[in-house]
Design a protein around this ligand. Structure first.
Ligand SMILES: Cc1cc2nc3c(=O)[nH]c(=O)nc-3n(C[C@H](O)[C@H](O)[C@H](O)COP(=O)(O)O)c2cc1C
Length: 242
């Protein structure tokens, strides 16, 4: 028995929707026009993060123990910008160039946050709007979000004890539009870059994170309110101060 099938590049049999002339999908999931968005600290105003790259790479480690200290709004803004921040809108604003690479610049990801302890932000679920660099509050039925995320992550109880849990989802069509059958490897490789930037950015603000793939797929989809097909939860990373 082996499980290598998906590691091999497929033999392309069909043309991508891009080649067929279908329109480019939006680079960000839509949200209600009247939504009340929360401002973040702009990257031009960051006074944090100035740490030696050598030190950050050398010290990076998976961290599963966090203090009770909160993150500041500037720290959260910095982590969001480091992982998905938009640096430039290209091709008449239809393509985003970000702080991380992504195959064909398709950036097929959305970032959800379970905020437990961030200064001046009510603990709840949010989505990062990378283009606006703002937070979108998400209504949730869940009563005890930290407890639920622990259950979803197979009782890895350090997850719910963090200050904020990053949850990345993929909207696969953004990449499928361009690469068709080649998309799977592209999406999985691209999300790794995001999480590595989170590890390194944490090193710069006396915080730690841990990549998590051991979670229950359907429950995590439900937790962030996605259908598990057009949008699929992919990767979890709790962050806390050391
Ligand atoms: C894709 C991926 C999935 C992981 N999933 C988990 C996980 O579910 N739980 C956990 O505690 N650590 C998880 N880790 C962290 C690894 O256990 C960790 O990177 C490894 O033990 C090496 O330790 P280091 O990161 O401190 O160098 C994951 C790491 C990666 C890259």
């Amino acid at each position: 028995m082996n499980y290598r099938k998906h590691l091999k590049n497929p033999i392309i049999t069909e043309e991508s929707d891009q080649r067929k002339g279908l329109p480019l999908p939006p680079m960000q999931k839509p949200y209600p026009e009247d939504a009340k968005l929360i401002d973040l600290v702009s990257p031009e105003d960051f006074k944090i993060g100035d740490v030696s790259l050598l030190k950050a790479i050398k010290n990076r480690v998976s961290c599963r123990k966090y203090s009770n200290e909160s993150l500041t709004l500037e720290e959260l803004s910095f982590l969001l910008w480091a992982t998905q921040g938009v640096k430039e809108l290209a091709r008449e604003g239809r393509i985003t160039l970000r702080t991380v690479p992504s195959g064909g610049a398709m950036h097929p990801f959305e970032t959800y946050l379970l905020i437990n302890r961030v200064d001046n932000i009510t603990p709840s679920l949010y989505r990062y709007l990378a283009i606006e660099h703002k937070l979108l509050p998400i209504t949730t039925e869940a009563k005890d979000l930290p407890e639920e995320i622990n259950e979803i992550c197979n009782k890895q109880t350090f997850v719910g004890k963090s200050a904020v849990v990053f949850i990345w989802s993929a909207r696969p069509y953004r990449t499928e539009w361009r690469y068709g059958e080649d998309s799977l490897k592209d999406i999985l490789m691209s999300v790794g870059h995001i999480c590595q930037n989170l590890y390194l950015a944490c090193e710069a603000i006396n915080s730690g994170t841990c990549a998590i793939v051991a979670y229950q797929q359907d429950k995590l989809n439900e937790f962030i309110g996605v259908d598990g097909d057009n949008e699929i939860s992919l990767y979890v990373a709790p962050v806390g101060k050391l």
